[in-house]
Design a protein around this ligand. Sequence first.
Ligand code: AMP
Length: 186
Amino acid sequence: MRIVLLGAPGSGKGTQAGLLKSRLNVPHISTGEILRAAVAAGTPLGIVAKSVMEAGALVSDDIVLGMLEERFGQADVQRGFILDGYPRNLIQAQALEQLLAKLNLPVDKALQLDVSEDLLLARLAGRAKAEGRADDNPQSVGNRLHVYQQQTAPVIDYYQGMGALVRVPGEGTVEVILERIISALG
Ligand code: AMP
């Protein structure tokens, strides 16, 4: 199964993708994780991305698409995939559609995790303490939520228009949400 996971920062995409990948036996591809690894390794791409990510802004479409093309060149994606953190805007949604059409691996479902803003803020504050992610400070969080509303939310309509959108309430325990996702995927 080929899935795009959508949802605001703090909606639980990363957590659920980590569980889903074992259930579905497909790779989890997180553009945020690939970028964080590049930052940690100090690669040229990581050096460019670091300050943008810390500010809670989006890394340029070209850079992220290049990373994604490289990742989709690996053989494991033939089994399916869970894509988490991409697309973040309509340009990326179109680029992804073209890339996947070329590979003959079109998206089956776009899964939107719906979470109220109060809960998003509470979860991100908790994660800031637990994980110390550089972009979980209050200012970056505010910016990331703004970017999500302005640029990423329209991607939901994009997948709805394609008839691929599935919405799942992302509130409750991790296990309950996972089961909701599995049944929504059908
Ligand atoms: P995430 O782990 O998905 O929340 O991503 C963390 C940060 O990485 C984001 O706030 C962006 O700065 C950057 N990032 C991740 N995915 C993308 C993307 N598809 N396009 C642009 N920037 C991204």
